[in-house]
Design a protein around this ligand. Structure first.
Ligand SMILES: Nc1ncnc2c1ncn2[C@@H]1O[C@H](COP(=O)(O)OP(=O)(O)O)[C@@H](O)[C@H]1O
Ligand SMILES: [Mg+2]
Length: 384
């Protein structure tokens, strides 16, 4: 496979964020660290959940995929690497993108090995390994890679030694950036004939209390974004929203762990939003199903397990997206893992009543085993 040339612009990045703010220093730092050339360079961006690691990585990757011809990297490939099997599926996806005819003739594992071999034999590429949970999951793959750029994001600040990875700890936004983000998201949509405002102009009144609010939210982008979406939907000022938030008891986790404050803030925001969505009965269950699957993009058909009308599910999805609790994408299968999950759900639905379950599980033992391996720990017999 090392003789295979990459198709022009092999890129699979998440959707661009129109609301991106700040991070100038971090982008420059990534550029300087990763653009060293020669040997493989690994940078691990670490920090709290919701601080903006994936967003920063996506922004950097997009810059590399769209820069001037002589500097452009290719492929620029994004893998959600939150488990060994997820990494394998992502690498297999790359192998298939490089050589589509392989898709039907090789098992996942062999495809992943192909991609790793291709990466080892080429330079000028960028791999994003997003949301690595255990450094051990990506270590074997990285040890086989000699040239190219790897950008890892992870909540872990430790475990990267021996990989020669440079660490970049991502901090929360500073106050002006957080206010800017809040303003961009909370701003009411412009009327079609409106003259676009200068930055900040016309927002002063709507931004009453913005500084106090972003401070309360700990300048965490995820929190700022969700609070902004709530304000956008309800036309509340930051001051009024802060008032609501202060009435939300901060009971959630009784943990002293790092990040517990941020988690508590997020929990309060979620409560507020779910209370607000009380007339959308599926909002809670949909969110719960999605949370069970983790950060992986999922096809909507998965939510059929809720046994609700698809129109109701769509409505709940629309409302949750409006409040920035989830992100909706076009397309059925954003990646291979999502497709696999869909097949799994199809298998499950072959016996929707649960009668004849025993026979059913025997007949489907092989695929079920494969799914057990692929979604390690997330499928238990109780789910069958
Ligand atoms: N620099 C930024 N500008 C605008 N929005 C941001 C920025 N960083 C993060 N966000 C928003 O905050 C949320 C959490 O960011 P994300 O990158 O998913 O965090 P992490 O990967 O660290 O858990 C995302 O929905 C994202 O849109
Ligand atoms: Mg992330």
């Amino acid at each position: 496979m090392s003789g295979v040339a990459a198709p022009l612009r092999l890129v699979n990045l998440p959707r661009r964020r129109r609301t991106f703010v700040g991070r100038g220093d971090e982008l420059a730092e990534l550029e300087a660290a990763l653009r060293g050339g020669g040997e493989v360079v690994v940078v691990a961006v670490h920090g709290l959940g919701g601080v903006g690691k994936s967003t920063l990585a996506a922004h950097y990757a997009l810059m590399q995929a769209t820069s001037r011809d002589d500097e452009r990297l290719n492929p620029v490939w994004w893998i959600t690497a939150d488990s060994g099997p997820a990494l394998e599926a992502g690498l297999a996806g790359l192998a298939v993108a490089l050589q589509p005819e392989l898709a039907t003739v090789m098992p996942l594992e062999a495809l992943a090995a192909r991609a790793t071999a291709w990466l080892a034999a080429h330079e000028g590429w960028l791999l994003v390994l997003d949301n690595v949970v255990e450094a051990a999951d990506v270590r074997p793959m990285l040890e086989r890679t000699l040239t190219g750029q790897v950008l890892v994001t992870s909540r872990l600040s430790e475990g990267w030694h021996g990989l020669d990875a440079r660490l970049l700890q991502l901090k929360v936004l500073d106050e002006p950036e957080a206010i800017e983000l809040l303003a961009r998201i909370a701003a009411p949509p412009l009327a079609a004939d409106a003259v676009p405002a200068q930055a900040g102009q016309g927002l002063t009144e709507d931004l009453d209390g913005a500084a106090a609010l972003v401070r309360e939210l700990g300048f965490l982008p995820l929190a700022v974004e969700q609070a902004g979406a709530y304000q956008h939907q309800t036309r509340l000022t930051p001051h009024a929203y802060l008032g609501l938030l202060k009435h939300q008891p901060a009971v959630m986790y009784d943990r002293a762990a790092r990040g517990a404050n941020a988690e508590r803030t997020i929990a309060r925001i979620w409560r507020l939003t779910l209370d607000r969505l009380a007339d959308v009965p599926l909002a809670g269950p949909v969110l719960r199903v999605l949370a069970w699957y983790g950060a992986e993009p999922l096809p909507r058909t998965l939510l059929e397990s809720l046994n609700a009308g698809m129109a109701e599910v769509q409505h709940a999805l629309g409302e949750l997206a409006a409040y920035n609790m989830i992100t909706l994408n076009r397309g059925h299968f954003p990646n291979e893992t999502a497709a696999l999950k869909c097949v799994f759900m199809a298998l499950m639905s072959l016996d929707p009543t649960g009668q004849g379950r025993k026979r059913w599980t025997m007949r489907w033992k092989a695929p079920l085993n494969a799914f057990q391996i692929a979604f390690e720990g997330r499928l238990t017999p109780a789910n069958f």
